[in-house]
Design a protein around this ligand. Structure first.
Ligand code: CMP
Length: 132
């Protein structure tokens, strides 16, 4: 089923000039970019996006990093887009990442991991509504 999801190229991805590379990988998976913008997130926006991680040990670090430079916010549409974008992105934990995924190919780090994609249909709806 065709659906929409939320993708964000994180500050390290932007700083490393990976915007084109990241977008290419979603497009070659037949995902369609339907809206896109670059923005330096406020603390409030970052805390809203990562509300599910509030109270966890890494929350402060995650918010400081997410607001450390501009990000690219993307509304993306495609067949089972939530699942397929997660496959393109790769796993959260470095030891599980496969070569061929964005994180597997570009990041050895847990936090500075180039890109975010919503992890469920509910999260996609909520995260899209924050920025679009
Ligand atoms: P992301 O998929 O954007 O969702 C939450 C982010 O928190 C995750 O990528 C990582 O960048 C970051 N993070 C930092 N530490 C942890 C941790 N211990 N467990 C999960 N996520 C973490």
């Amino acid at each position: 089923m065709v659906e929409e999801t939320f993708v964000m190229i994180k500050p390290d991805g932007v700083k490393r000039r990976l915007i084109g590379e990241v977008i290419k990988r979603f497009e070659q998976k037949l995902m369609e970019i339907v809206d896109i913008k670059m923005k330096l997130l406020s603390r409030e926006e970052a805390e809203k996006l990562y509300a599910m991680h509030r109270g966890k040990s890494f929350f402060e670090h995650l918010i400081n990093y997410t607001t450390s430079g501009p990000v690219v916010l993307i509304k993306i549409r495609g067949e089972e887009a939530v699942m397929n974008c997660r496959i393109v992105v790769g796993e959260t934990y470095p030891e599980k990442r496969k070569a061929g995924s964005i994180r597997g190919d570009f990041s050895p780090f847990l936090t500075e991991n180039v890109v975010h994609a919503s992890s469920s249909k509910e999260d996609a709806k909520r995260e899209l509504s924050i920025f679009f």
